[in-house]
Design a protein around this ligand. Structure first.
Ligand code: HEM
Length: 448
C-alpha cells in the first residue's frame, strides 16, 4: 500500500478536521502547516493534502499545472459564478483568458487610472479632519465602483453598491466553508445559513442580470474606450461569439464583480492599518508620495516608481494575503513531495502560512517593508504568491497594484492615519482575509 503523508493531529471521527476549519480556518491552517511540508487532513471522512512548502506549491501551480483542476472549493462557487474565467477549465478557460488578457495589460490599465483617481478622490474628500473612519467598508465601496466602471462602463448606484457589500461576503464566506465540508452533506438542509447563502446568490445574480441588461442597451456612440463588455460581445470570431452567450456574459460580469470587490479593499485596508501602526514608516511614504501628481504622472510606469509605497503594499500582501487559502485537485496520479498520490487528490494550501515561513523570511510576522528594497533577491518567487502563479494567476494583478497605490497616495497626501493606543485588529478569514473592525483616526496634513 502506498505510504500516506502524515495526518494533522486531532481529526474527529466522521467529520475529520471540518469543524476546526469551519470555526477558525486561519488558526487551523497555520497550526497544521507545522506538521510537515506535505501533510494529510480529513474533510469529513475523506483525505485531502495540505501543502505547507512553497516549492511544492510552485510545482502544483506552475510546473505541473496541467495535472490539476481547481477542485472542491471552486465547485462550490459555481452556483454564483458559473463558468466565468475564474472557474472555467481547459479550452474554455484558455480562450476566455486570451480574449480578456489585453484588457489587463499595462496600456489598458493606464486607461483606468482616471476612474481610479476620481473615485478615490471622492472617497477621501468625503472624510473630515479628526474623524474616526471605519476603513474597510469605504474601500469595499471604492473597489466595487472602480471595477464595474472601468471594465463595464457602468456607474453603480449607492443602493446597488450596498447590496453587493451586504451579500457578497455572505456568498464568499459560504463558499469557503462549503469547501471544507464533505460534499453535499449540509448543502441541502434548509438551515438559516444555507438559506442566507442561496438567497444572497440569487440577489447578486439578479443585480448582475439587471446591470448587464442596462449595459447592453446603453448607447455608447460617444464613448471611444473599448471596455471588457465590448471585448466579450463585439467579436468577429465565431467560437468566441458562441462561448459568450448572454448566460456566459452574466457569469463573467459576476466573476469580475466578485474578484474585484472582495480582494483589493482588503489589501488597501491592511496597508493602511500597517502604516497607522508604524507612524515612522507612514511619514517616509508620505514624503515619497507628497509631490506625486496623480493628474500629471498618471501612468502605470510612474506609479510603479514609488518604491517605498510599493514595498509597503508588498509587505502587506505578504502578511495579509487577501486570497489566503486555495486548493487544487489532481487529474492523474501524481508524485509530490516524495509521495505517490492518486488521481482525484484534493490539495489545499494556505498562502498566509507559506508567506510567514520562518525558513524563508526572517522575522516572518513582522512588518518590514524595506526587506523588498534592501534584499529582494533573498526571497524566491515561489514564497510570495498573493496573486497566485502559472496559467491561473490573477488576471487583475496590475489593475490591483495601481488601484491600491492610487488610493494610498490620495489618502496619505491628505491625512495622517492613527490607531488607538493598544488597538488590536485581528484578521478574519471571511473568504477573503479582512480586518475585523478597523476604526482609524484621521488628521489633515494639508489645510483644507
Ligand atoms: C489585491 C487584489 C487581488 C488579489 C490578492 C487577487 C488574487 C488572486 C488569486 C490568488 C488568483 C488565482 C486563484 C487561483 O490560483 O485559483 C486570482 C485570480 C483571478 N483574479 Fe485576482 N486578485 C486581486 C485583484 C483582482 C482584480 C482587481 C481583478 C479584476 C479586475 C481580479 C480578477 C481575477 C480573475 C478574473 C481571476 C481568475 C484568472 C484565471 O483563472 O485565469 N483580481 N486573483
Amino acid at each position: 500500500m502506498a505510504v500516506k503523508p502524515p495526518l494533522v493531529p486531532n481529526a474527529k471521527p466522521l467529520i475529520g478536521h471540518a469543524l476546526d476549519i469551519w470555526q477558525d480556518p486561519l488558526k487551523f491552517f497555520s497550526a497544521a502547516a507545522r506538521t510537515a511540508p506535505l501533510s494529510r487532513i480529513k474533510i469529513g471522512w475523506k483525505d485531502a493534502c495540505l501543502i505547507s512548502n512553497h516549492e511544492l506549491l510552485y510545482q502544483i501551480l506552475v510546473t505541473d499545472a496541467k495535472k490539476y483542476d481547481k477542485g472542491i472549493q471552486y465547485e462550490r462557487a459555481r452556483a454564483m459564478l458559473g463558468d466565468g474565467v475564474l472557474l472555467a477549465e481547459g479550452d474554455l478557460h484558455f480562450r476566455q483568458r486570451r480574449l480578456m488578457q489585453p484588457m489587463f495589460n499595462k496600456p489598458s490599465v493606464n486607461d483606468y487610472i482616471d476612474a481610479m483617481h476620481t473615485y478615490s478622490t471622492a472617497m477621501v474628500e468625503s472624510w473630515r479632519d479628526k474623524e474616526v473612519v471605519e476603513l474597510y467598508p469605504e474601500f469595499y465601496r471604492l473597489a466595487t465602483r472602480v471595477v464595474i466602471d472601468t471594465l463595464f462602463s457602468t456607474i453603480m448606484s449607492d443602493a446597488d453598491v450596498e447590496l453587493v457589500r451586504a451579500k457578497m461576503p455572505v456568498v464568499i464566506a459560504g463558499i469557503e466553508k462549503r469547501g471544507a465540508l464533505p460534499p453535499r452533506l449540509f448543502d441541502t438542509i434548509p438551515t438559516p445559513e444555507n438559506r442566507a447563502f442561496y438567497s444572497a446568490i440569487a440577489d447578486l445574480r439578479g443585480l448582475g442580470d439587471r446591470l448587464v441588461d442596462d449595459r447592453l442597451s446603453m448607447n455608447r456612440d460617444g464613448d471611444a474606450r473599448t471596455d471588457l463588455m465590448d471585448v466579450l460581445t463585439d467579436t468577429e470570431d465565431e467560437i468566441t461569439r458562441r462561448d459568450n452567450d448572454r448566460a456566459q456574459i452574466l457569469n463573467e460580469f459576476l466573476t469580475f464583480l466578485t474578484a474585484g470587490s472582495e480582494t483589493t479593499p482588503s489589501a488597501i485596508a491592511w496597508s493602511c492599518y500597517l502604516l497607522a501602526k508604524h507612524p515612522e514608516i507612514q511619514e517616509q511614504v508620505r514624503a515619497e508620495v507628497g509631490e506625486f501628481d496623480l493628474n500629471a504622472d498618471n501612468t502605470v510606469q510612474a506609479i510603479q516608481q514609488l518604491s517605498l509605497l510599493h514595498a509597503v503594499v508588498k509587505e502587506a500582501l505578504r502578511l495579509y494575503p487577501p486570497v489566503w487559502a486555495l486548493g487544487r485537485r489532481s487529474l492523474e496520479e501524481i508524485s509530490l513531495g516524495g509521495y505517490d498520490l492518486p488521481s482525484g487528490t484534493q490539495v489545499f494550501y494556505s498562502v498566509y502560512a507559506i508567506q510567514r515561513d520562518s525558513t524563508v523570511y526572517e522575522d516572518p510576522d513582522e512588518f518590514k517593508p524595506r526587506r523588498w528594497i534592501d534584499t529582494p533577491k533573498k526571497y524566491p518567487r515561489s514564497a510570495f504568491l498573493p496573486f497566485g502563479a502559472g496559467v491561473r494567476n490573477c488576471i487583475g494583478e496590475h489593475f490591483a497594484w495601481i488601484e491600491i497605490s492610487i488610493a494610498i497616495v490620495n489618502i496619505l497626501q491628505r491625512y495622517e492615519l492613527s490607531l488607538q493606543p493598544g488597538q488590536q485588529v485581528p484578521p478574519a478569514a471571511m473568504g477573503a482575509l479582512v480586518p475585523g473592525a478597523l476604526p482609524v483616526r484621521l488628521r489633515s496634513v494639508v489645510p483644507r
